[in-house]
Design a protein around this ligand. Structure first.
Ligand code: AR6
Length: 186
């Protein structure tokens, strides 16, 4: 039988795809940013490159207003030239071995992003695999936290979201998320 790459959680479809998140046409895409919100490498760099300067301009205004974005929090800007109307910028934890609150902070990054999307009445949002690149979070652990957090949110919160997509860049990450979703859906 085909392994599940999507599940329904109440009214919302939670699915996995392999690809480049900057090409997604969901209402919002989530950026795995850092606290400076200045754009850098990885998915953050790709989003700023594809979306153009309007995103960085709004990020600068946000930092001028409220300071650096703490780990586990999220803010929303325009999507600039992207197909997505909005970018939700969140900061995942740097992996320090797991004993410094990393799972809670990673869960918070997903939850705060979902809350923002719901507050804006968005119907669809795409996530990358937050923290598993430059920030070094082991992918299998991160996948479990990510999927469980989204699932719990969709089960327990009232939300406008009809679609939540994880867009995984490489085959190994995609496969790891697929196994984690399969485990969770049992
Ligand atoms: N679409 C989807 N996923 C992508 C893309 C893309 N276009 N490009 C990379 N990924 P990372 P982090 C995947 O390092 O670990 C930045 O410099 C990538 O393969 O982007 O949260 C920020 O400014 C990996 O699976 O984010 C921060 O300083 C995942 O996205 C820091 O890196 C996350 O990798 C954040 O580190």
């Amino acid at each position: 039988m085909e392994k599940p790459t999507e599940i329904m959680v109440k009214q919302t479809r939670l699915s996995l795809a392999q690809g480049d998140i900057t090409r997604q046409n969901t209402d919002a895409i989530v950026n795995a940013a850092n606290s400076s919100l200045m754009g850098d490498s990885g998915v953050d760099g790709a989003i700023h490159r594809a979306g153009g300067p309007a995103i960085l301009e709004e990020c600068k205004q946000i930092v001028a207003r409220q300071g650096r974005l703490p780990t586990g929090r999220a803010v929303i800007t325009t999507g600039g030239n992207l197909k997505a109307k909005y970018v939700i910028h969140t900061v995942g934890p740097v992996w320090h071995g797991g004993g410094q609150g990393e799972p809670e902070l990673l869960a918070s990054a997903y939850r705060e992003s979902l809350k923002l999307a719901s507050q804006r009445n968005l119907t669809s949002v795409s996530f990358p695999s937050i923290s598993t690149g430059a920030y070094g979070y082991p992918v299998a652990d991160a996948a479990r936290v990510a999927l469980k957090t989204v699932l719990t949110f969709l089960q327990n919160e009232t939300t406008s979201l009809k679609e939540v997509v994880f867009v995984l860049y490489d085959a190994r990450t995609y496969e790891t998320y697929r196994v984690a979703l399969e485990e969770l859906a049992k």
